[in-house]
Design a protein around this ligand. Sequence first.
Ligand SMILES: C[S@@+](CC[C@H](N)C(=O)[O-])C[C@H]1O[C@@H](n2cnc3c(N)ncnc32)[C@H](O)[C@@H]1O
Length: 231
Amino acid sequence: MNINDLPEMTQLKELKEKGQVKSKQRVADHGEVFTNQREVDAMLDLVKQETERIDSRFLEPACGDGNFLAEVLKRKLTVVENRYGKSQLEFERYLVVAVSSIYGVDILEDNAIECRARLFKLMDEKYTSLFKDKCKDECRRSINFLLKRNILWGDALYFTNPVTREPIVFSEWSAVNGTMLKRRDYVFRFLVEKTHQFSLFNDEGQAAAIDEPVRDFPLIHFLKLGEDDAN
Ligand SMILES: C[S@@+](CC[C@H](N)C(=O)[O-])C[C@H]1O[C@@H](n2cnc3c(N)ncnc32)[C@H](O)[C@@H]1O
């Protein structure tokens, strides 16, 4: 029997045609089969209220190119547009909140890159359609920075980058006083395992409380993210 006659091969071909599979090797190595839109919708509808809350946090630990995260962002963007579409600054503020609460990890670097690009395009299409030439590059830069910090290339089983073995560190973003953002970084492993987190900046070198961040940043205006490397 020819290998191409096996039922799995027919199934693989169908998935490739639907864009759910990139290559046989990737399916074998990483189980990379993307979820189709109907299933994504049905699963997200189980937590519909959360998908429509602008600041609800979502983490996809094997996000692929972002099928779930893109749908979450779409739903949040609809809410941001309906509530704040008439005021550009308010819209931008909540756009940043919506993106800052979406997180993803994938073991394949190209997936993480594609996921970021896809989320950026979604938000930019909405932003541009509403505010056209009044859109601000600084807003786009802030969003780009958030996506770079939130959608990471990493191995979610080992909580590290698959090549460098550096620990995965996520940033928590909290809105303060309307226009400011507070960033705190946490080691992914400790968030999941709920074991002790050691602060890299603890002068005494002692174990810190479970929730203590590894790094704490000064407040920053939401349109100034990525302005320099320090934030
Ligand atoms: C079944 S696909 C699902 C992708 C996406 N969540 C979706 O539903 O369309 C599994 C994804 O997990 C990624 N993956 C496999 N092992 C992983 C690991 N240890 N850590 C992070 N991602 C992993 C693969 O690269 C692939 O993109």
